[in-house]
Design a protein around this ligand. Structure first.
Ligand code: SF4
Length: 256
């Protein structure tokens, strides 16, 4: 029995590895176009206030959209301006944003971010980031403890239309299932590889469409795999079709 299981695991791993990673521009554009056909063109959201957008992105870390929206509503209702948010106690701030989860951690991140902006510019503004190269702006933001590549790239791409690809958990999972990056890719490398491969003018739209697909169909567990426009690009679907994986199983490397 043990030998059978090991043999099975090895066979799945081999057939899985045989499916070549391909993130050529042509293939990315084809997947993007199929996603547009399924979900429609996505309207870009850009809060005109970049600081507000950055704070909302911090609130959105590891939490569902509805909770982010409600926590943001409370935050901007409970405090009059950014100075008040920076100067209030952690307890009060955490209480206000409680719905976003990890309230104390996020309260500290928010205050650190506001402090860094104020110390850099003498005011609460992100405008100076638009004068920097994309790499320098990203590096400046990531110097703030609690701001990672995803939070930084969301602000830079959505607010400044910078050539950086925002990669959240949906984007990362789908990029792996679509064979754009190996399943073993770390989050940091996923950012680098997708950033390099996805053309600037479709970065934002590709990001939003992958999230749509990730939320509506290609969930982490029990994805619906019926859409023929999209399942033809997918490693997981091919493994199931070939009989190398049961629908309720996941490629061994996906589980790492
Ligand atoms: S076929 Fe299934 S697993 Fe693959 S991308 Fe589509 S929904 Fe996701």
């Amino acid at each position: 029995m043990f030998n059978f299981l090991v043999k099975n695991l090895i066979e799945v791993t081999i057939s899985f590895r045989c499916m070549e990673i391909d993130r050529s521009e042509e293939r990315i554009r084809e997947i993007h176009s199929d996603l547009v056909d399924v979900y429609g063109e996505q309207e870009k959201y850009d809060d005109r206030d970049g600081v507000r957008q950055l704070l909302i992105t911090i609130l959105s870390q590891n939490v569902a959209d509805t909770n982010t929206a409600r926590a943001a509503e409370n935050l901007f209702k409970d405090f009059h301006d950014y100075q008040e948010i920076e100067n209030t106690s952690i307890d009060e701030l955490a209480d206000s944003i409680n719905l976003a989860g990890l309230p104390e951690t996020k309260a500290k991140r928010i205050q650190r971010t506001l402090k860094a902006l104020r110390e850099e510019t003498g005011e609460y503004s992100v405008d100076f980031l638009g004068e920097m190269s994309d790499e320098d702006a990203q590096a400046w933001l990531e110097e703030i403890k609690g701001i990672g590549p995803k939070t930084a790239s969301v602000l830079l791409n959505f607010h400044f239309d910078a050539n950086v690809m925002p990669v959240d958990t949906h984007v990362e999972r789908l990029a792996k299932r679509f064979r754009l990056i190996p399943f073993s890719t770390s989050n940091g490398s996923a950012h680098e590889l997708l950033n390099e491969a996805v053309p600037h003018e479709i970065k934002n739209s590709f990001h939003m469409l992958l999230i749509e697909h990730g939320k509506n169909n290609c969930t982490a567990r029990n994805p619906t795999c019926e859409n023929t426009k999209l399942n033809k690009h997918c490693t997981r679907y091919q493994l199931v079709e070939n009989g190398d994986l049961k629908p309720e199983e996941y490629p061994p490397e996906e589980l790492k």
